[in-house]
Ligand binder design. Structure first.
Ligand SMILES: *Cc1c(COP(=O)(O)O)cnc(C)c1O
Length: 422
């Protein structure tokens, strides 16, 4: 039996497997909390986008803030992907993983002059600029280096992606992008600036989007602008439609990447823009269903109102439930013959918000291993050291080969940069 959303995860008579590795065995071998990813699930996700994009100029830029482990970046670089980055640190990671700077687009509302300089020197493909002030600074920095920065303006199309308010980014009230009504004026300005080379347009309307409608609406709004710009002699080379495609955590049924992209390309062609290069910036849909977080049950704590299953993973390891009230499936990694009971699955952190799942039916006992499913995106990258907890180790499975791709953080490293006074 396969589990929702994760074709490489299977439930067998002896428990849960990811590709050719039994998860309970990995937990015992590497300890918990442990992130485990399927390399072939990542390749499959990239291939779904690439099938639809084949035969036309395109660049698939993996939005690496979803999961930035070097081995994950390496996997996507080898699959021909570029990267969407939001900081100088992410650029350094791309280079450390063997990725190419000329396949990097640099997004984010708060790029610093230092980050711009670094990205210009590395030779990134494009800066996705989010404000007039940023544009002016970027022009000055590039001019100072004797260069021109390739620029796309991130336009806020003012469409409702129908998703959680914290991960909706394409509405007027969001901090992201340049308002649609101002975009033309900012493009005219960009054309005048000495350090700027206008090359594209982009948008990114939110995350965990489960229908194609908002994408097609945003695309239409962008193409309206592309038409107006072309009439003024500003002929854009590329259209970047951002990321945001949702995955299955419970019963969501988002379109496949292939299906979504085909619909977008059909609209682009119908409106006469088929010659322009298409860029995409998917994050979650490239890695989310490829990963699980393993945790061990420490204690069962029955109560009158609630019973708690206390595990050794916490909100510092996986923030999504505490931060977005996200529902993530939690399953036992080994079959047990005991009756299931209903638990809140909680971590050891001193916060009532420290839970991974509420009201879950689980047949478990102390020492058992649980898997939080669909944890490959915005899991490890959002982990912190709160409560002076070391961050988890990460493992990549490929067939029956198991690679340790990040060692468990040694505790002493947590205070290595700190100083006593005097
Ligand atoms: C986060 C982000 C993405 C990726 O979003 P997903 O929902 O993970 O696909 C793409 N582009 C930009 C600008 C982002 O900030």
């Amino acid at each position: 039996m396969t589990l929702p959303g994760s074709p490489f995860l299977s439930s067998r008579s002896d428990g849960l497997w990811l590709e050719g590795a039994r998860l309970a065995d990995l937990a015992r071998r590497f300890g918990t909390p442990l992130y485990v990813y399927s390399r072939n699930a990542m390749r499959t996700a990239a291939a779904s986008y690439q099938r639809a994009l084949a035969g036309r100029p395109h660049l698939l830029c993996y939005a690496m803030k979803a999961n930035s482990n070097l081995a994950v970046l390496q996997t996507f670089a080898e699959a021909g992907c570029g990267f969407d980055i939001v900081s100088a640190g992410e650029l350094q990671r791309v280079l450390a993983a063997g990725g190419r700077a000329d396949r990097v687009v640099f997004s984010g509302v708060g790029k610093t002059a230092d980050e711009m300089r670094l990205a210009l020197q590395a030779g990134v493909r494009c800066f996705n600029v989010e404000s007039e002030a940023e544009l002016a600074l970027l022009s000055a920095v590039a001019h100072g280096l004797g260069r021109r920065a390739p620029v796309s303006l991130r336009v806020n199309p003012d469409v409702d992606a129908g998703t959680h308010p914290y991960i909706s980014t394409g509405l007027k009230g969001n901090k992201f992008g340049i308002a649609h009504v101002q975009a033309l004026a900012v493009y005219r300005l960009a054309r005048q600036l000495p350090g700027i080379d206008v090359v594209g347009i982009d948008c990114h309307i939110g995350s965990q989007i489960t229908t194609a409608g908002p994408y097609l609406d945003a695309l239409d709004r962008l193409l309206d602008l592309v038409d107006v710009l072309a009439a003024e002699g500003i002929d854009l080379q590329h259209i970047d439609l951002g990321g945001g495609l949702g995955i299955t955590y419970t019963d969501e049924s988002p379109p496949s990447a292939e299906d979504l992209v085909r619909q977008m390309l059909a609209r682009i062609d119908a409106r006469g823009h088929g010659h322009r290069e298409v860029l995409l910036e998917p994050g979650r849909s490239m890695v989310g269903n490829a990963g699980v977080l393993l945790a061990s049950v420490l204690y069962l704590k029955p109560g009158d109102e609630k019973s708690f299953c206390i595990v050794d993973a916490a909100m510092n390891d996986l923030m999504r439930p505490a931060m977005y009230q996200a529902w993530m499936n939690i399953v036992a990694c080994e079959p047990r013959t005991i009756d299931p009971a209903t638990y809140d699955v909680v971590g050891p952190i001193c916060e009532s918000g420290d839970w991974l799942g509420r009201d879950r039916a689980l047949a478990v006992q102390s020492g058992d291993v649980l898997a939080v499913l669909s944890a490959g995106a915005y899991g490890m990258t959002m982990a912190s050291n709160y409560n002076t907890r070391a961050r988890a180790a990460e493992v990549m499975v490929e067939g029956d080969t198991v690679h340790l791709i990040r060692e468990r953080e040694p505790l002493a490293r947590l205070w290595a940069g700190e100083r006593l006074i005097g």
